[in-house]
Design a protein around this ligand. Structure first.
Ligand code: ADP
Ligand code: ZN
Length: 747
């Protein structure tokens, strides 16, 4: 009694997205709310001259704040809090680390649709449902009585009598017939009418067997390592890198770790790079854990997403499989977050807050105590580097299951093809292998990783690609105005008339797209069933699953596609993988170009030979001696890392330094340039460097001019980035400033 009447104040973060109000404000809690309000509640509060805005309770105190006349909270928007104390701490960390507004970070944890003013736009869906108002024997007696003159009423009664404990939705009772018999029974008073919630369930994955295989010794060891960490109880974060070659059975290890977690009464989140692209993986989790798996990804309808969120929050689905944002899922008693293919770029959000799911996962498990598992055949250099000083524990699966060999790749030198007069995009080797594969009625995957972006210039005689000397990245070929440009520092050069290295005349902008490859394949092999998989063909919901099912059922012989075809597919019929050009990714203007090439080639090669028949891989390239291509062809991760770390150390890129990118955009070209240049007039401490400002590689986008500044260094990059942002006058609303900490893309 006494506690209830005690005065109470709340600190509330308001959902107004401007930096001026990026802090908590104090409100008084009216008496009738005091027993119900908690940290994590969504509330409605008066704010400034506005009558009310949505806010989030981040603190409660019975100590009177120093300011008097505080306005009261108007009302609670939900019965239950929508985030926890731990969520709050992670959001706080995010806002500092990623330099975003606190409310933007907090938003990530909220249920779908929560920032809208009053009732959520999305609610549970319910339908009319019926149950008996009389005892079962009485219902059966009445059914006999009605059998002659009202057979359909009798039928309904019998059905309800068979399941007397819960309401049955109307449509399950009338079988497409009229609702009149139901109404008649309601009028008689023998049946109650009510509502039941119906779940809008997302599409499931591809069917998978439910059999639980005995673990290989390596899998056994990895699972034991994870179990040991989990058995330690909630005592801080531990990260485990599961480095397993393609086909080594990483998914089975994940399944066992989750089972161990469930035994302890704790839940799990599994992140996959793009769940709508990996229905096979989802299918395996559903086959093992059934309804206890919730699915979260961007292609769900609002209703589906909301219902899944509720199932998770209520503890009905302790396992969440989802894409990047599922890292925030409100799993009660979360024990593990697993990130499959942890090296994938899609784990980084490319709009504010620009978080990386790996870091958020670690921040959450630091708060909650538990395990983060990072799985990959090609771990990112950032993660692998952290195993050196044991910040990250290491488990490896060096072999494929059933002792199947990893396919070795043939590197085909496309310069030689040109020399002998083969100007086709397919080498003789690839044409020959395709013909053989098709005649054996086996399947092939052809990768052509053409991104919709200006290409680089390549000498078809010597393989030379013009590069920026200062930045070490390839220069990008621009058609209008014509020129070669460095997308990092802005250096530009004329398009040379002949190759600077060999004086050859065949300097060509490079780039073949998936469509051209598909067409060429059809011409070359008219009898083959060819299908294409890229962003253009996958726009329709479900298109991807259908295509993969067709491939699984061998209704497609050759699958042509972008990097989508490299990811996670496990089809035993695939015995040939061909890469049309390993160079597309290699000469991308990015210091991670070699790493991405190595990852992509290793991943796509791993799709071959997963069944009984051995696999073959053909990599076409104009740079056959490049270390990324050489090491990928031999699956030699260790050698690749040695080489790449040396390069990163020499050039001062991650993991040896951090980067912060500050992007300036606006309609007025001169004003954007001026703002960027003035903001960058800072004095860096030793060890921190400011690169630029320069026009961003995509210097115009959506009618806006883009400039950027890079801050690079081992320590102090945050502080300097803050300084730069602070130099932008608040009044300059015409120029937008965005900060990207540890950017993965510098376009
Ligand atoms: P990865 O994710 O490492 O590429 P997968 O998890 O896809 O590998 O496993 C490859 C194949 O091996 C799958 O078909 C999987 O069902 C099977 N598999 C995994 N572990 C075992 C095991 N211990 N015994 C038999 N088959 C296994
Ligand atoms: Zn440069």
């Amino acid at each position: 009694m006494c506690a209830e009447s005690k005065e109470l104040w709340a600190s509330v973060v308001v959902d107004v997205r401007v930096s001026r109000v990026d802090r908590a404000f104090d409100y008084s809690v009216p008496e009738q709310l005091r027993s119900r309000i908690a940290v994590g509640h969504r509330v409605l509060v008066p704010f400034g001259s506005r009558r009310s805005v949505v806010g989030y309770v981040v603190g409660l105190t019975d100590e009177r704040p120093p300011i008097s006349g505080l306005r009261p909270i108007q009302r609670l928007l939900d019965d239950e809090p929508v985030f926890s104390h731990a969520d709050l701490a992670v959001a706080k960390w995010m806002s500092e680390h990623y330099m975003c507004l606190f409310v933007q970070a907090l938003q990530c944890f909220l249920p779908p649709g929560a920032s809208s003013r009053r009732a959520r736009p999305v609610r549970e869906r319910s339908v009319k449902a019926y149950r008996l108002a009389v005892s079962v024997p009485e219902a059966l007696r009445l059914a006999d009585e009605l059998a002659g003159r009202a057979p359909r009423q009798a039928e309904v009664l019998k059905r309800l009598a068979a399941a007397p404990s819960k309401p049955v939705p109307a449509k399950d009772l009338v079988n497409g017939g009229s609702y009149e018999p139901l109404q008649a029974l309601v009028r008689r008073g023998v049946v109650h009418e009510g509502q039941v919630a119906v779940r809008r369930a997302p599409a499931g994955g591809l069917e998978a067997g439910a059999a639980v295989p005995a673990l290989t010794p390596h899998q056994e060891r990895a699972v034991a390592q994870a179990r040991e960490i989990l058995a330690g109880g909630p005592a801080g974060l531990q990260t485990l890198l599961l480095h397993g070659v393609t086909g080594s059975g990483k998914t089975e290890v994940y399944l066992r770790i989750i089972a161990a977690c469930l035994e302890q009464g704790r839940g799990a989140i599994v992140l996959v790079p793009d769940i709508s692209l990996t229905p096979q993986t989802l299918g395996r989790f559903q086959a093992r854990f059934g309804d206890r798996v919730a699915v979260l990804h961007s292609r769900l309808s609002d209703g589906e997403r909301y219902d899944e969120w509720l199932r998770i929050k209520r503890g009905d689905a302790p396992i969440v499989v989802g894409a990047r944002s599922a890292v925030f899922a409100p799993v009660p008693r979360l024990g593990v977050i697993i990130i499959d293919e942890e090296h994938e770029g899609s784990y980084k959000q490319d709009e504010t807050p620009r978080y990386h799911a790996r870091e958020v996962a670690e921040a959450r498990m630091t708060e909650l105590g538990g395990l983060v598992v990072l799985g990959s055949a090609t771990p990112s250099l950032e993660t692998f580097y952290r195993t050196y000083n044991r910040q990250v524990a290491y488990a490896s699966l060096p072999e494929r299951v059933h002792g199947r060999p990893l396919p070795t790749a043939d590197v085909v030198d496309m310069r030689e093809e040109l020399l002998i007069g083969n100007t086709s995009m397919f080498s003789r080797a690839l044409q020959g292998s395709l013909a053989e594969t098709l005649s054996r009625r086996e399947q092939a995957i052809i990768l052509i990783n053409r991104r919709g972006f200006a290409s680089f210039l390549l000498c078809r005689e010597c393989g030379h690609v013009p590069r920026c000397e200062a930045c070490g990245v390839s220069l990008t070929y621009h058609q209008a105005p014509p020129g070669l440009r460095c997308h990092y520092c802005g250096y530009s050069a004329r398009v040379p008339g002949a190759c600077p290295q060999c004086s050859g005349k065949y300097l060509r902008p490079f780039g073949v797209g998936t469509q051209r490859v598909e067409q060429a394949l059809r011409e070359l092999f008219p009898a083959a069933r060819v299908a294409r998989m890229d962003r253009d063909t996958m726009t329709r919901k479900g298109a991807h699953r259908e295509l993969l099912r067709a491939f699984q059922e061998r209704r497609v012989d050759v699958l042509v596609g972008t990097q989508m075809v490299a990811k996670g597919l496990d089809f035993p019929g695939v015995t040939l993988v061909g890469v049309v050009s390993a160079d597309t990714a290699l000469h991308f203007p990015d210091f991670r170009a070699a790493e991405r090439t190595f990852q992509l080639l290793t991943q796509v090669a791993g799709r071959a030979g997963r069944g009984e028949q051995a696999g073959e891989v053909i990599l076409q390239t104009y740079s056959p001696d490049h270390y990324a291509i050489q090491t990928a062809s031999r699956h030699d991760y260790a050698q690749f890392v040695r080489h790449e770390l040396t390069f990163r150390k020499r050039t001062g890129y991650p993991p040896f330094a951090r980067l912060v990118r500050i992007l300036f955009t606006g309609e007025d070209e001169q004003q954007v340039a001026k703002t960027a240049m003035e903001a960058a007039q800072v004095k860096p401490q030793t060890g921190v460097k400011v690169i630029g400002p320069s026009p961003a590689p995509l210097s115009r986008l959506h009618g806006k001019t883009r400039w950027h500044v890079l801050v690079k260094g081992e320590n102090g990059v945050h502080a300097l980035a803050h300084e730069i942002v602070a130099r932008v006058p608040e009044a300059s609303a015409a120029v937008n400033v965005a900060v990207d900490v540890d950017p993965l893309s510098l376009l």
